[in-house]
Design a protein around this ligand. Structure first.
Ligand code: BGC
Length: 253
């Protein structure tokens, strides 16, 4: 039974890359190399399915023997994707979980990418044992968020899409790591945008802890100390693997 599994595979589908690995569920760590392929241009369902099939073949984990969790960068409600910020609009209102299950010929567990990163950090990382409200944000192609209250996930918060007063662009278009790359900002220039973002989220939610995930979290020493907020803010322990580990950990829930 999945709930007794000690190993599971996690696949983290992002706007830019698809990452996967075999995960030790007891300790929340990778047992395999991390496999990564580029997200196909346009990120249409059939192309994403082909890419996911490839990474599973590379990992050598086709078939039902090991539980599989898949994370996706959109609102996921009852197996359906309800939004599409950095992927094809075809995903809006799409029976995504069933699509992957049919295409892969097996059961999967399916959820939002930031939510599963939050699960990884609460079970095995920076938010373990944290009381009150933890907000995990992933800074990548977009900004994802996970709300965890006393260790329990409140799914599908979309705090990357808060609006800035009098600005057309939402928070992720302005402050995601992709904005820094696109506009060739220095760490200091990017940190000014993050300062606005985290102050705003802090004002809205009064969290007890911020955890910062996404690929750029490995460079957290370049920018976290530049932020002046009252809430403790720390990098995700599992850095950019939090999505893989959390997707795999879903099979225990
Ligand atoms: C999406 C979220 C996702 C985040 C990070 C946002 O654009 O709306 O669902 O978690 O990007 O991938």
């Amino acid at each position: 039974m999945a709930s007794q599994a000690t190993r599971a595979v996690g696949v983290d589908i992002g706007g830019t890359g698809i990452k996967a690995g075999l995960v030790d569920l007891e300790h929340g760590r990778l047992l395999s190399d991390r496999i990564k392929v580029a997200t196909p241009a346009g990120a249409e369902p059939k192309d994403v399915l082909t890419a996911v099939t490839e990474v599973l073949q590379t990992l050598g984990v086709t078939g039902e023997a090991i539980p599989l969790g898949v994370a996706f960068p959109a609102i996921v409600k009852n197996g359906r994707t309800l939004s599409a910020a950095n992927v094809s609009d075809e995903w809006i209102g799409f029976e995504a979980e069933k699509f992957f299950e049919d295409g892969l010929g097996r059961d999967i567990h399916f959820a939002n990418d930031a939510d599963v990163a939050g699960i990884a950090e609460v079970r095995y990382g920076a938010a373990k044992g944290q009381a009150g409200l933890t907000i995990l944000t992933t800074l990548g192609t977009g900004i994802g968020s996970a709300l965890l209250y006393n260790g329990v996930l409140v799914p599908n918060s979309e705090l990357g899409h808060v609006q800035r007063a009098n600005h057309a662009r939402d928070a992720e278009a302005y402050a995601a790591y992709s904005a820094m790359e696109r506009e060739q900002l220095s760490w200091e220039q990017w940190a000014e945008r993050l300062q606005w973002y985290y102050s705003h989220i802090e004002f809205l939610f009064s969290p007890d802890l911020f955890v910062v995930g996404g690929g750029v979290s490995k460079h957290s020493d370049q920018f976290l100390h530049l932020l002046e907020i009252n809430t403790p803010i720390v990098p995700a322990v599992h850095r950019n693997n939090a999505g893989i580990i959390g997707a795999a950990a879903l099979s225990l829930s």
